[in-house]
Each structure stands twice: as structure tokens, then as C-alpha cells.
Ligand binder design. Structure first.
Ligand SMILES: N[C@@H](CCC(=O)N[C@@H](CS)C(=O)NCC(=O)O)C(=O)O
Length: 201
């Protein structure tokens, strides 16, 4: 299998943390591409020109990180990162959706601040997205007991989202309002899978 990849994409990082946690990492070839420049090799496998994109051994491709994670989680014999049934199945998927929503908002903020001409900056949009992130973090803080001692796709997704907030500074310092979440993240980010996938810089 081939993973089309970028070092700074948090969606890619979610996939590569899962690869490390499940022992699959060494079975995957990695090719770094820049989705924004619409390279032919990526477009051939994903018309949306986005990473992560996973190319299977039979040439078929999968994209959107939740789909890739679900596929990969059926390719190993270690403990499942998405519990197959029960309450935890839905909790893990919900946490992944929440974390991906944080990422989507943070990417939009990054684009608004660093890619759009300053004269066109839309402050209402920026604040809307910041409030969405803050509410999501506040919910994690309130429900921190649900996160403790978990290593699954939901916990991975939340940790990766917090790492991306630190990388891009989308809402400034989030630790002051979410101290319990910060404490949880401080431990989780030291897992070898998180250290091995930390973005450059
Ligand atoms: N929902 C997608 C989001 C992927 C995504 O936004 N990837 C970004 C990099 S962080 C990308 O490839 N952007 C290129 C583009 O939008 O042209 C997923 O979960 O995989």
C-alpha cells in the first residue's frame, strides 16, 4: 500500500499515528506530495487532490482520513483502534468527528490569516470558527473522564487536533481554559507514535 502524505497535514498525522499504534507502519510506502499544487500523481488517485490518499495493492484508492483509518484498522491483528461494536464504537467515531471538525475550522482560520490577502480578511468568519473550536475544547474539558486511559482512534484524533492548534496557533493559548485536557495531552503526546509523527518545526 502507498500513502500519499504531507508532513504538516494533521489528517495525515492521524493516519500515521494509527499506523504506528497498530504495527502497520513498516508495511506502507510513503510518498510526500503537496495537495495544493494539484500534482498529477495525486489527482490520478484522488480527484480532490487531497492528502491523505491511500493506494491499495490492487490500484484502487481510498481517501478522507476516516475512511482510510477504518480500512487500515481491519488490516492488523493488534487491538482495534475503532471498537467494532457497542457504545465505544460510537464514542470513538464521534470523537474523531469532533476532532476533524476542530481541524477543519483551524485550517480555515489558517487560510484566512495566511493565504488570503489581509484586505479581504473576514473577521466574522474567523471568530465563528474560533468559537466552534473553543466550544469543542470546552466539551472535551468537561468530559475529560471519558478520554482517560484510552488509546483509540478518537483519542488519537483529539491529540492530533491539539497538536495542530499548537502548530498553527489558530486560537492562541488553549491550555489556560482547558487545564485537564492540557494535562491529558501532555501525557498522550509523549507516546512513541505521536513523537514519530510530530510535524517539523
Ligand atoms: N476531510 C479530509 C481533509 C484532508 C485535507 O484537508 N487535506 C489537506 C491537507 S491538510 C489538503 O490536502 N489540501 C489540499 C487542497 O485542499 O487542495 C480528510 O479527513 O482526509
Amino acid at each position: 500500500m502507498l500513502l500519499r502524505h504531507s508532513h504538516t497535514s494533521p489528517y495525515v498525522r492521524k493516519v500515521t499515528v494509527l499506523l504506528h499504534e497498530t504495527g502497520l507502519f513498516d508495511q506502507i510506502d510513503i510518498e510526500t506530495v503537496d495537495g495544493w499544487s494539484e500534482p498529477e500523481s495525486l489527482i490520478a488517485d484522488n480527484p480532490l487532490s487531497m492528502v491523505p490518499t491511500l493506494v491499495l495493492d490492487d490500484g484502487q484508492s481510498l481517501f478522507d482520513s476516516p475512511v482510510i483509518c477504518e480500512y487500515l484498522d481491519r488490516c492488523h491483528v493488534a487491538r482495534r483502534m475503532i471498537p467494532p461494536t457497542g457504545e465505544m464504537h460510537w464514542r470513538v467515531l464521534r470523537d474523531q468527528a469532533l476532532a476533524d471538525g476542530i481541524l477543519d475550522s483551524a485550517v480555515l482560520i489558517f487560510m484566512e490569516l495566511h493565504r488570503r490577502p489581509e484586505t479581504l480578511r473576514w473577521d466574522w468568519w474567523l471568530e465563528l470558527k474560533r468559537r466552534a473550536i473553543q466550544r469543542a475544547l470546552d466539551g472535551c474539558e468537561r468530559n475529560i473522564a471519558e478520554l482517560l486511559d484510552r488509546v483509540d482512534l478518537g483519542a488519537i484524533s483529539i491529540a492530533v487536533a491539539l497538536g495542530y492548534l499548537d502548530l498553527r496557533g489558530a486560537i492562541g493559548e488553549w491550555r489556560a481554559t482547558c487545564p485537564a485536557l492540557a494535562e491529558w495531552y501532555e501525557v498522550f503526546r509523549q507516546r512513541p507514535s505521536m513523537v514519530a509523527t510530530a510535524p517539523p518545526g
